[in-house]
Design a binder for this molecule. Sequence first.
Ligand code: TYD
Length: 254
Amino acid sequence: MTIAACESVARVGFRSSSHRLRRASRLVPCYHKHVDLRGRFITFEGTDGSGKSTQIEKLANALRAQHIKVLLTREPGGTPLGESIRHTLLDSATHNLSPQTELALMFAARSQHLRQIILPTLATGEYVLCDRFTDSSEAYQGGGRELGSEAVLTLHRLLCDNFQPDLTILLDCDLTVSLARAKHRNLITHATAHIDENRFEQEGLAFFGRVHDAFLAIARREPKRVSLIDARDTPAATHAKVLEAVRDRLKIAL
Ligand code: TYD
């Protein structure tokens, strides 16, 4: 997703936050039992530079062409609070953040995002496409920072009611290629828009190797939810695989 698109999501969330929060505060405490979440929740995951932003936009366009309403959002972020937490988490000027604090901030942003934006939107019947969700915490903080999966899954149960995506698209590609792509893109964003989102990209290959392994372990553990897609092909070829996964798993015509 483009930064402009994300900022517009954040602004929409801000403008309509009192409305959304009123709805959410009525619905959230027992949403599993009382709310018909008619929309579908699709998350995109992968290491930095794996092509998520391109693929999420392409899927959104394909769904919209079928007259399905779609909200694009991202983590960390998606709400005004989440975007300010994002700034702290991703800015390379943020030093000495402990792995535990990093994980707590990811979940503070996520818990708000879920209640303020994701659940109320799903309740209207819209689809929500989210660039990263809890699998990223399991891969980066659980795997990369070596906090382990159990800590992440426990927080997800406690703070997000164990809410699960209907489908997760996990884009898998060559680590060195994707990291080089992410670093290059962030340098350009830094130079042109003065946005510094380089903190994670400064980590070494060993860190990203653990992140990658953790993503693959999630895909093996939850094959029904997670569709592992080889993203080393062209964007168009990868998009075709994403469409096939959405068709097969969500049973919608695309
Ligand atoms: P993102 O903007 O998706 O980066 P990219 O486009 O390069 O893939 O994500 C921002 C960074 O935040 C990314 O390096 C992964 C990290 N992250 C975590 O470490 N834990 C999390 O729970 C989430 C959501 C993101």
